[in-house]
Ligand binder design. Sequence first.
Ligand code: MLT
Length: 279
Amino acid sequence: MSHVPCHYNVPVRSRVAHLPGRSVRYLEAGSGIPVVLLHAFPLHAEQWLPQLAKVPAGLRIVAPDLRGFAGSEPFAGLTSREVSMDTYAADVLELMAHLEMPRAVIGGLSMGGYVALAIARAQPARVSKLLLADTRATADTAEGQAGRDRMLALLASEGPSGVAATMVPRLLGETTRREQPDLSDAVTRLVMENTSEGLSAAVRAMKTRADSTALLPSIACPVLIVCGDEDVITPVGDSEMMHRTIRGAELVVLPRAGHLSNLEQPMAFNDALYRFAAS
Ligand code: MLT
């Protein structure tokens, strides 16, 4: 757990939950109000180290590797082609039950946000609050689905390194690429700790995910939407659409951050997350 640059204040524990038929690796820090943070594609739980390492008193953050990513077992009971956003959502709910978390603040960045929305649709009572970071409610367009097919071909021919070369420059905002060059290397290393099979399953799951737009007006819990103002993958307009549609939602746009806003501007991200979760 050393790729992502962050100054540790709080011990971050790496644990394995042995669930029926498979195991899930998760990171955990702090104690108190439960907060579950779900990572983006093509990263893994260590994306959340800057949030875990600074967790204030009164919050307990858990960040799992989604099924097939990094330290979580792949597809026990399923083939990789059967994995969907609902699979990931059910996995997270199962982990929460294992950790005796009947409800939690559920947060997700990008693909993690797609999973958070799937949880809010399946089990709204288990969501005390919802954080949607650098994500969108809409399904893939036809053009987006064609991009998924290109990504699957790239994974088949070059594996995670091909994905890293293509995606990392777009994941980080232009300010970060200029001013924090080490972050590109750190993110690349996270990508490389995944397998082609795990990443391909996630690409197919994103390609076929449901449109969550109709869900938004029915969300009754507090919602915080965060987006980097230099995000080119899920631009601020996607967050503004969710903000207009979810009653009472709060929108925080982080300056000088791209798609990976929690890594690029961790202090500003943490201020927003911790205040929202603890209030
Ligand atoms: C992510 O950051 O999780 C992905 O880029 C989201 C997507 O490709 O739709």
